[in-house]
Design a protein around this ligand. Structure first.
Ligand code: WT7
Length: 654
């Protein structure tokens, strides 16, 4: 890589000099050496990493078995370990007074709270006791519906401690969506709060759980952490107060030894079709993916204060709020609020207040902040401890990248744009902090052990060499890949492994440039990305179609300046409907079926949708109409081409 193209930004000269300790990688050559080893001798590489970064109580006898073709991968076979022990005990033993979590509440006036590794061990032990006391056993799935508070992290770790599988549901999901997930997971225990606070507003978590649990007769316990002290409905026998229960259990509970391949957690995500899928992640492989990427991508050291602004309800929060920072023994910042409350400089203030060394966020927030913040607003805020800035969730436009580099990091911190997915468990493509030369807009190079392929979508052949574009796939198994979809292994095979035999299919398109750098182009399936939230168009269509007044509906993701993509609904109604009222009802319908974040930004009511003679909705044409493209291509296949003019009119007047 001698002739890097002009758009490259090298690691700032002072980065190494100002490093508080010693970076994990000494230079790009280090990365290349490790990368080559990881691809050519994966067993040697991963076995070494696992033994170095994780503590096993029973060593594994086989590094990996299985293939992408058969979807039967297993890692560190025969090993025994506990994820909570790895994230809590071993640091508590070594250095009990080190901060594990720093809680930054929604309202800064409420003051922050530090929880040391020693304290975390006691809290998690007690909570593990509470769960056991309510009958939770190894392998049971516990549903967690909580705001971003330290107790949410404790809930996750307490499950891991006793070998229960956690299923965290984002606290923005509706009662119906939560109920579906509790039901699918067959959870008897749900952990929540009385209420939550976000951006100065109240979220009624307990009320949502109550409503969801009405449809879930197997729920015997709702454990409630008192966050606001509000008056809430109570079901005696089923509902329990966290604080009262905790007191009754000892401050040490031994961790359960788990098999490497036992499931650590379940997390629901949207697919291109049908219901959300519950993805299972393994204990050892997942945890190693978190630790390895935390170490090499983020260059995490135990002294660091790592601020990931992602929510624990999504994979970003699982891997980079909980597992990576804690497995590596640093301090993780738990931020309850939003980037704009009480003001647009909140992120900077938190970074200053806790002397954060890392910040990890999403382009959707950066775009919003970029609009509202001037350099002067940041003049008196000291963020000089920042060493690494991460971006995640969607492509970051070069001008947003440069803004982030400048406004957040003062061109002192490096930026790593991390490409990955719920199913990959940890980063797939990302710059290794301090060694990889950066290119604004590119996720840069593959992570250790990740063997990428660009495939021609038409021929299904792999495109070798550089300057190629196609669908992105992975051609070697890696430890943190999801192991199955709960109750539907067939769907797992069809979604990821049967699309191109021998490859893991990501669902994204990508370009590999002349330097071997990857540029993610976006999804090639019916998955849309709104503010970093992954949504399925067919799932939203499903919700809308349930409205009795709707004849037909299509959901289209259209580019949006702020949210990346926005949801537009195009519907035709049954005869007796008033368009305005129905449009409003449809927005409410999506909010209650899925959650507010999935609600259409626009609902267009039309007489009829463009369809083929066989009745199939032609989404391609709708997408073009909605994005203002005038070139529709061949419209002769439409049953009634005149609907097109009406749609264009509706778009114009919307
Ligand atoms: C999809 C996965 C991984 C945590 C957050 C989202 C898109 C994710 C990037 C990035 C371009 C990205 C992809 C991917 N995506 N990160 N850095 N650059 N696109 O997890 O909900 O499982 O969504 O998010 O389209 O397939 P997720």
């Amino acid at each position: 890589m001698t002739d890097m193209s002009a758009d490259t930004i090298s690691v700032p000269a002072q980065w190494r000099a100002q490093h508080p300790t010693t970076p994990h990688l000494t230079g790009l050559l280090d990365y290349h050496t490790l990368y080559k080893e990881s691809i050519h001798f994966p067993s040697t590489f991963w076995a070494k990493q696992a033994r170095e970064l994780l503590s096993f109580t029973q060593d594994f006898h086989t590094t990996s078995i299985g293939s992408l073709e058969n979807g039967d991968n297993a890692w560190f076979v025969g090993g025994g370990l506990n994820a909570c022990f790895n994230c809590v005990d071993r640091h508590a033993i070594q250095d009990p007074h080190r901060a594990a979590l720093i809680y930054e509440p929604d309202d800064p006036a409420d003051g922050s709270r530090i929880i040391t590794y020693g304290e975390l061990l006691r809290h998690v032990s007690r909570l593990a006791g509470v769960l056991r006391g309510r009958g939770v056993k190894k392998g049971d799935i516990v549903t967690i519906y909580m705001p971003m508070i330290p107790e949410a992290v404790m809930a996750v770790l307490a499950c891991a401690r006793i070998g229960a599988v956690h299923s965290v549901v984002f606290a923005g999901f509706s009662a119906e969506a939560l109920g579906d997930r509790i039901q699918d997971a067959n959870s008897a225990v749900v952990i929540t709060t009385d209420e939550g606070r976000r951006g100065g507003r109240t979220i009624s978590t307990k009320r949502v759980v109550d409503e969801a649990a009405r449809e879930c007769p197997q729920v015997t316990t709702v454990l409630v952490y008192k966050r606001t002290g509000a008056d809430i409905p109570w079901m005696a026998g089923r509902d329990l107060w966290w604080d009262e229960e905790m007191k009754q259990y000892p401050a040490y509970t031994p961790p359960e030894v788990m098999d490497s391949e036992d499931y650590l957690f379940l997390l629901y995500t949207s697919g291109s079709t049908g219901k959300p899928k519950g993805v299972f992640h393994s204990t050892a492989g997942y945890l190693l993916g978190a630790a390895v990427t935390g170490k090499y991508v983020f260059d995490i050291h135990p002294q660091d204060r790592f601020f990931c602004s992602g929510d624990i309800g999504w994979i970003t929060g699982h891997t980079y709020v909980v597992y990576a920072p804690l497995a590596l023994g640093c301090t993780s910042i738990i931020f309850e609020g939003t980037p704009t409350y009480p003001s647009h400089t909140r992120f900077w203030e938190i970074v200053q207040k806790h002397a954060c060394t890392h910040f990890y966020g999403a382009p959707t927030a950066f775009r919003l902040l970029k609009r509202s913040i001037a350099k002067e607003n940041l003049q008196n805020i000291d963020t000089s401890q920042l060493r690494v800035l991460g971006s995640v969730g969607e492509p970051i436009a070069p001008e947003v990248w440069k803004w982030y580099y400048d406004f957040m990091g003062n061109e002192n911190a490096v930026v790593t744009d991390t490409y990955w997915q719920t199913e990959t468990g940890s980063h797939i493509i990302a710059a290794c902090a301090g060694v990889t030369p950066m290119k604004p807009g590119s996720a840069t190079l593959p992570c250790l052990g990740i063997d990428l392929a660009i495939i021609d979508p038409v021929t299904g052949e792999e495109l070798k060499g550089n300057q190629v574009e196609g669908v992105l796939a992975i051609k070697q198994p890696w430890p943190s890949m999801a192991r199955t979809i709960r109750g539907n292994h067939d769907r797992y095979m069809d979604s990821y492994f049967n699309v191109y035999k021998g490859y893991y299919f990501t669902g994204d398109a990508a370009f590999r440039d002349q330097d071997g750098y990857y540029w993610i182009r976006g999804r090639v399936d019916d998955v849309v990305n709104v503010s970093g939230h992954r949504l399925s168009t067919s799932e939203i269509e499903g919700a809308i179609i349930e409205h009795p007044g709707v004849a037909e509906a299509a959901i289209i993701g259209v580019p949006d300046e702020l949210t990346g993509q926005a949801i537009n609904a195009i519907v035709s109604l049954k005869n007796d409907q008033t368009p305005e009222t129905t449009a409003k009802e449809l927005v409410i319908k999506v909010r209650t079926t899925i959650g507010p974040f999935a609600a259409p930004k626009k609902v267009l009511v039309v007489r009829d949708l463009p369809k083929t003679r066989s009745g199939k909705i032609v989404r391609r044409i709708l997408r073009k109409a909605l994005t203002g493209e005038n070139e529709f291509g061949d419209t002769s296949t439409l049953a009634d081409p005149s609907v097109l003019d009406e749609i264009l009119e509706a778009v114009a007047s919307s």
